[in-house]
Design a protein around this ligand. Structure first.
Ligand SMILES: *Cc1c(COP(=O)(O)O)cnc(C)c1O
Length: 378
């Protein structure tokens, strides 16, 4: 049976061009980037090229990019690393209730260590309230960490406004942009973003490589001791091949940015209109306007989400209930709870996220499958 993959917010397939770019670094280019002979210098050059490719995409300097092992590590390094290093300036951090667990739990850890954290509410579409943000700022506030776009409901937060507020108050602004890379044109200068997390496997690079942008001059603690890699901010021999893959993937996605995103939006809008035409009692979650182009999050009243996913899987369809990270966790999604979604909908929530290889006929297959399954269940 052909697999039809609609879970690109969980991970994406690695592109052929990215695999090709990586292969030499699994093979003959095996040098350690920290050594002086030519084999090592080749690895160093390859990493530096990837650093340029990421910097170009974000509109920052290559020296402001630190490679990590994943988006989660980038979030931890930004939030804990900044908090530990700048405790003398204050002990208050502001974030939101709908962050990814990497950011949310980093904040919870800091709370146990004596920091105070404000978790901002969101409205029914998942947007933070800028007034609540302003009112939460106090003399002790050192960091605002708000995600660029939400991984479950696709809502894009008012990043420029947050950046403006942070800058006015002299507070550092970190954004988890793991879902936004490749889908939103990010400009860390224009948006006043001081730190930004990203992860390769969400934009067609492999799993296990991420990056963190930190504006020049911002001090943050090294969380992983070891060698002096990554400007002495992250010990550990560099994952050269995957760093090369991440660089290649970000360059490729930017080279076809509008075409790619227009297609995702076309598929998503087509899916939503077809599903509304064909199935009764559905609710669309997340902001309809400020939203990732490839994200659809819908709830079916009275449907059990895990049963739905199981039946979709039998038909070769990969999708997600709420968030991939919580499929082993029976507690309702913290994001759907934060937007105040009625409990009669929460259980029957399905996240469909489109990607490069999806076709319109795949959407037809998906809608027909949903229709069939839901008519049987209800
Ligand atoms: C996937 C994701 C992460 C975690 O990235 P990993 O590379 O899987 O650790 C963090 N934040 C958001 C918003 C994500 O979607």
């Amino acid at each position: 049976m052909r697999i039809r993959y609609f879970d690109h917010a969980a991970t994406t397939p690695v592109r052929e061009e990215v695999i090709e770019a990586m292969i030499p670094y699994f093979g003959k280019e095996y040098g350690n980037a920290s050594v002086m002979y030519s084999l090592g210098r080749n690895a160093r050059r390859a990493i530096n090229k990837a650093r340029e490719q990421v910097a170009e995409a974000l509109n920052c300097s290559a020296t402001e990019i630190y490679f990590t092992s994943c988006g989660s590590e980038s979030d931890n390094l930004a939030i804990k690393g900044y908090a530990y290093e700048n405790r003398d300036k204050g002990n208050h951090i502001i974030t939101s209730k709908i962050e990814h667990h990497a950011a949310l739990d980093a904040c919870k850890t800091l709370e146990k260590q004596g920091f105070r954290v404000t978790y901002l509410n969101v409205d029914k579409d998942g947007n933070i309230d800028l007034e609540e943000l302003k009112n939460s700022i106090c003399d002790e506030t050192i960091l605002i960490s708000i995600m660029y776009a939400n991984n479950e409901i696709g809502t894009i937060e008012p990043i420029e406004e947050i950046g403006k507020i942070a800058k006015e108050k002299g507070i550092i602004f970190h954004s988890d942009a793991v879902q936004a890379i490749g889908n939103v044109k990010i400009d860390v200068q224009k948006s006043n973003i001081d730190m930004l997390s990203l992860s390769g496997h969400k934009f067609y690079a492999p799993k296990g490589v991420g990056a963190l942008y930190v504006r020049e001059g911002i001090r943050f603690a090294k969380l992983q001791d070891g060698g002096e890699q990554e400007n002495n901010k992250r010990g550990g021999t560099e994952n050269v091949a995957e760093i090369v893959g991440l660089g290649k993937a970000i360059e490729l996605i930017y080279s076809e940015f509008d075409e790619y995103n227009d297609r995702l939006k076309m598929l998503r809008d087509y899916f939503l209109s077809e599903v509304q035409k064909n199935i009764n009692g559905i609710k669309i979650n997340g902001d309809l306007k400020n939203r990732l182009p490839g994200n659809a999050n819908i709830s079916f009243e009275g449907v059990d989400g895990s049963e739905l996913l199981f039946k979709l899987d039998e038909l070769g369809i990969c999708a997600s209930a709420g968030s991939a990270c919580s499929t082993s966790n029976p507690a309702p999604s913290h994001v759907l709870t934060a937007i105040g979604l009625d409990s009669k909908y929460i259980d029957g929530t399905l996240r469909i996220t489109f990607g490069r290889d999806n076709k319109k006929e795949d959407v037809n297959y998906l809608v027909n499958s949903l229709k069939e399954i839901i008519n049987k269940i209800l």
